[in-house]
Design a protein around this ligand. Structure first.
Ligand code: HEC
Length: 133
């Protein structure tokens, strides 16, 4: 349901003296539950190959418990819908280039996993997905 429709419904009900419907309290926007990826397609085409190329799963897919707790990449290449939603936790939708999943990998914040060889390629591949979230 589009937010404008919700708003219109709420306004009509308020104008008629009825209380706003429950649905009006749901944070508007996408109709998706929070934390669910909108663009599994671009995660799969752009982000996943780069995460695989740069070996992130070497630590983030179970072999290093603290790495996997911080960012779970177990599903990358296996169930990209699940992987996308898990990776989304390391995304800052208010400031996409500052997302932890980019900042950690390019050395802009402390990261035990070190830094990728080509920060520019990594950043643009990840933003190719994140821009669609
Ligand atoms: C050698 C193991 C290792 C590799 C390889 C590795 N990481 Fe990590 N990563 C860790 C560990 C350990 C942590 C938790 C402690 C920390 O933040 O440094 C972590 C934390 C993170 C976090 C969470 C940071 C936060 O602020 O919440 C992100 C995001 C992340 N890694 C992304 C990546 C990406 C993307 C790659 C691939 C380019 C990668 N890591 C490769 C070990 C690794």
């Amino acid at each position: 349901m589009r937010p404008s429709y919700l708003l219109a419904t709420a306004l009509v009900l308020v104008a008629c003296g009825a209380s706003a419907p429950e649905a009006a309290k749901v944070p508007a926007a996408t109709g998706l539950a929070p934390g669910v990826c909108k663009s599994v397609a671009t995660f799969t085409s752009s982000a996943a190959p780069q995460l695989q190329k740069d070996g992130c799963a070497g630590c983030h897919a179970g072999s290093d418990a603290s790495a996997t707790a911080a960012l779970d990449l177990t599903n990358v290449g296996k169930d990209n819908a699940a992987a996308c939603s898990q990776a989304l936790r390391a995304v800052d939708l208010a400031n996409r280039p500052q997302s932890a999943i980019i900042q950690a990998a390019v050395g802009a914040q402390a990261h035990k996993g070190g830094t990728v060889a080509d920060a520019q390629a990594f950043t643009s591949a990840l933003l190719g997905w994140i821009a669609n979230e």
